[in-house]
Ligand binder design. Structure first.
Ligand code: NAD
Length: 478
């Protein structure tokens, strides 16, 4: 039983002013495995003051000094990979493949940020003007539970690369990961105050960050509902915001696709991160003329997907992160049936042989349409919905008939046709016959899936204000 009592402010682990303790659970067993002490508004005040005091000196650092600091961060985080792996299995229930990625990604994303910083143009000419990219100020970084360590490292590395300092509010459900990251960042020996971490509830610590006049920018990853709220709250103090929000991504199966060979991509896209992934391909659009064939192949493939103990090498899908999330998924399985969709696989309750733990059955609905709630709302569990379409134009129209626009997958034999379809889908990222990731490309969503972009030069620009300088060259010549 771990008791995590400290937050991190101005280069030190300190006991927060907040008195409340929050239970941490192992989702595979439902047992309480620890407690974290939560910060409050006063802790946010201290953290913001430290970040504000550190900002002028950090904003003046050179590219080389920032790269040196990020390299120390990278080394320190990479050295804790095994501890991160243990934390994501214990508090999150990530199965082996996902867990390994969640343990290595935090260091990888810092390395990717170093690459972006190395080639970033902080100054360029626009006509007779010089345009200077200037750090925006103190950034508030708010992360979700489904990839907490990765998002802390991505957002913090990018903020620091831009010359900003930061106050981080990690997910309260991910305190073990946060502790490992905080210890590693402390080891990295960054200047005092450039980053600060306040554990706490969204409604307390998150709100205080969002309302604070000395926070210039918020970078938030989480649900669309909270994202919308942050935009309106942050407007009072004119905050810059980057939002990475939810999704209901389509996987468009074209009528020339070889169903057996694309099935691993279909299921990986849908069940990634035990279905708790913003980019999950949860609406599978299938040509009506081949629906029965697709149903039989996916039904067979899903019968080989195992939901269970994340430490078991055979497990594909781990538990849902919390009892609340488990209930939410069960509720959507009921809603789908009430709406008239048919269960092709899975259903309510726990998988056979698993009496405890927040496990759900990998579930596929068919005989569904795109108006149903199971096709429009983000469920955040391994629940996929097959939707039949008539022709290519119908497939594109259904793919775009959603409030979200984060990601999409297009699968087919004719790559030119796939690209033609991909270009018509309204999403921040469209993948053709692949699930590959490109860290140099922007990541983010259309519509309710977000605002702005992370990754690469686009991610870095989001922490910078362009400042136009006129007359300087003439003055120098005179
Ligand atoms: P959430 O919105 O409930 O919480 C995210 C974070 O915001 C947490 O740290 C939470 O404490 C905080 N928060 C909650 N209320 C707040 C408030 N009023 N003010 C400030 N902060 C507040 O989301 P979650 O359940 O942790 O994560 C799942 C969601 O995140 C899903 O919708 C998923 O799609 C989304 N997500 C998006 C991406 C992406 O890159 N687009 C990636 C991962 C997750």
């Amino acid at each position: 039983m771990q008791r995590l009592e400290h937050i991190y402010i101005n280069g030190e682990f300190i006991v927060p002013h907040g008195q409340e303790w929050f239970d941490l659970h192992n989702p595979s067993t439902e047992e309480i495995i620890g407690q974290v002490r939560l910060g409050d508004e006063q802790d946010v005040q201290r953290a913001v003051a430290a970040a504000k005091a550190a900002f002028p000196a950090w904003a003046r650092t050179t590219r080389e000094e920032r790269i040196a600091a990020l390299r120390r961060m990278h080394k320190a985080i990479a050295a804790r990979q095994a501890d991160l792996m243990e934390a994501v299995v214990l508090e999150y229930g990530a199965p082996r493949e996902r867990g390994s990625w969640m343990a290595s990604y935090p260091a990888d994303v810092i390395a990717q940020t170093i690459d972006a910083l190395a080639s970033f143009e902080f100054e360029e000419q626009a006509g007779v003007a010089s345009v200077i990219m200037t750090p925006v100020g103190v950034a508030g970084l708010i992360t979700p539970w489904n990839s907490n360590a990765g998002f802390i490292c991505n957002k913090l590395a990018t903020a620091l690369a831009a010359g900003c300092t930061a106050v981080i509010k990690p997910s309260e459900l991910s305190a073990l990961q946060t502790q490992v990251v905080a210890e590693a960042l402390h080891e990295a020996g960054l200047p005092k105050g450039v980053f600060n971490i306040v554990n706490g509830l969204g409604s307390v610590v998150g709100e205080a960050i969002t309302r604070h006049p000395d926070i210039a920018k918020i970078s938030f990853t989480g649900s669309s509902a909270v994202g919308q709220h942050l935009v309106s709250t942050g407007a009072t103090t004119m905050k810059r915001v980057t939002l990475e929000l939810g999704g209901k991504s389509p996987t468009v199966v074209l009528d020339d696709a070889d169903f057996a060979s694309i099935m691993p991509i279909v299921l990986h896209a849908g069940f990634a991160n035990s279905g708790q992934a913003c980019i999950a391909g949860t609406r599978i659009l299938v040509p009506r003329s081949r629906l029965a064939e697709f149903e039989s192949i996916i039904k067979y493939a899903v019968s080989h997907i195992r939901s269970g103990d994340p430490r078991d090498a055979e497990t594909d899908i781990g538990p849902m992160v919390s009892a609340k999330q488990w209930e939410r998924v069960q509720n959507y399985i009921r809603i789908g049936q009430e709406e008239g969709a048919t269960l092709l696989a899975g259903g309510e309750g726990r998988p056979d042989g698993l009496p405890g733990g927040w496990f759900v059955k990998p579930t596929i609905f068919t005989n569904a349409n795109n108006q149903m709630r199971i096709a429009q709302e983000e469920i955040f569990g391994p629940i996929l919905t097959l939707i039949a379409y008539e022709d290519e134009a119908d497939a594109i129209s259904i793919a775009n008939d959603t409030r979200y626009g984060l990601s999409a997958v297009v699968l087919g034999r004719d790559v030119e046709r796939c690209e033609r379809v991909a270009r018509q889908i309204d999403a921040g990222r469209v993948l053709i016959n692949t699930l590959a990731h490109e860290p140099r490309a922007p990541f983010g969503g259309f519509k309710y899936s977000g605002l702005g972009r992370e990754m690469g030069k686009w991610g870095l620009s989001a922490y910078l204000e362009p400042k136009t300088l006129l007359g300087a060259a003439e003055a120098a010549k005179a």
